[in-house]
Write a protein that binds this ligand. Structure first.
Ligand code: APR
Length: 251
């Protein structure tokens, strides 16, 4: 009897987990999707779970999300695209209401901060006990952000911005998502310029002459203009507060 109860309770808890995650996903998708578009959030969910359900959570490559990205592609906002690396918090403070980050896209906003994975022989979605970011490269969460970021960068257009961390030794890290994926996806027929804003806190460890930024410049396709600016974080935040309504650039 005890065994049966344990099995039943476990099954209920597990299926609730899938149900909660699924319900949140669909609810957020619907909240984020304008009514006049053809996006069907149940279809988006199916495309999403098809990427990892029933698979070994260390064997979900970025391509597993190809179908998802074709069902729910990120919409570009020319001249208002904002990328970031090592500056997540300030990037979202500054972009709010004015610029578009990956996390402002429908999929990005639904999945930001979430953890998920599947398991071989199961049709469930698990939200705990999943591999961490560096535990194995092809984990469902990391592969999603790699694949979705590639798409987000590929559609970037006009004058784009990246906020880099000037309080780090290497503001442009070639192993970050920005350095290893997004930069390589920028195309010169769509993108006019990239402004790298080196955001510094009290400890300034890098300036625009930094060696790592030379690598960033080298990665950009000819035809994409490169601009670099050094801006203290406090200045960015004050400027944002003062110009919240008008969205004037703070760099
Ligand atoms: N361990 C755990 N989490 C990590 C790790 C790691 N080693 N590396 C990256 N992450 C996750 C974290 O959630 C972190 O907040 O990725 C996030 C971003 O990492 P950063 O190194 O700060 O930046 P980057 O890898 O360049 O990714 C940001 O990717 O999603 C796009 O458009 C977005 O331009 C942005 C870029």
């Amino acid at each position: 009897v005890v065994v049966v109860v344990v099995v039943v309770v476990t099954a209920v808890v597990l299926s609730n987990r899938t149900d909660t995650f699924k319900a949140t996903f669909i609810q957020e998708c619907e909240r984020r999707t304008p009514e006049n578009t053809s996006t069907d959030c149940v279809e988006v969910w199916s495309a999403f779970e098809q990427a990892y359900v029933g698979r070994d959570p260390c064997q979900v490559p970025p391509e597993a999300y190809d179908h998802l990205l074709s069902v729910a592609p990120p919409q570009p906002a020319c001249n208002r695209m904002l990328f970031w690396s090592g500056t997540k918090e300030v990037a979202h403070q500054v972009s709010e209401g004015c610029y578009q980050t990956m996390e402002d896209s429908m999929l990005g906003s639904v999945l930001d901060g979430m953890t998920w994975c599947g398991k071989e022989g199961s049709n469930e979605t698990f939200t705990s006990g999943c591999p961490g970011w560096t535990e194995c490269v092809n984990n469902p969460v990391r592969s999603f952000w790699s694949r979705a970021s590639a798409e987000f960068a590929a559609v970037a257009c006009g004058d784009a911005v990246v906020l880099l961390n000037g309080s780090r030794d290497t503001p442009f890290s070639p192993t970050s998502i920005f350095g290893s994926i997004e930069v390589k996806k920028f195309t010169s027929d769509r993108m006019k310029s990239l402004t790298a804003v080196l955001v510094t806190k009290d400890n300034v460890l890098a300036n625009c002459e930094d060696e790592s930024l030379k690598n960033l410049q080298k990665e950009l396709k000819p035809g994409i203009k490169y601009i670099c600016k050094e801006v203290p974080e406090s200045e960015l935040l004050t400027c944002k507060k003062d110009h919240d309504q008008t969205c004037v650039p703070c760099w």
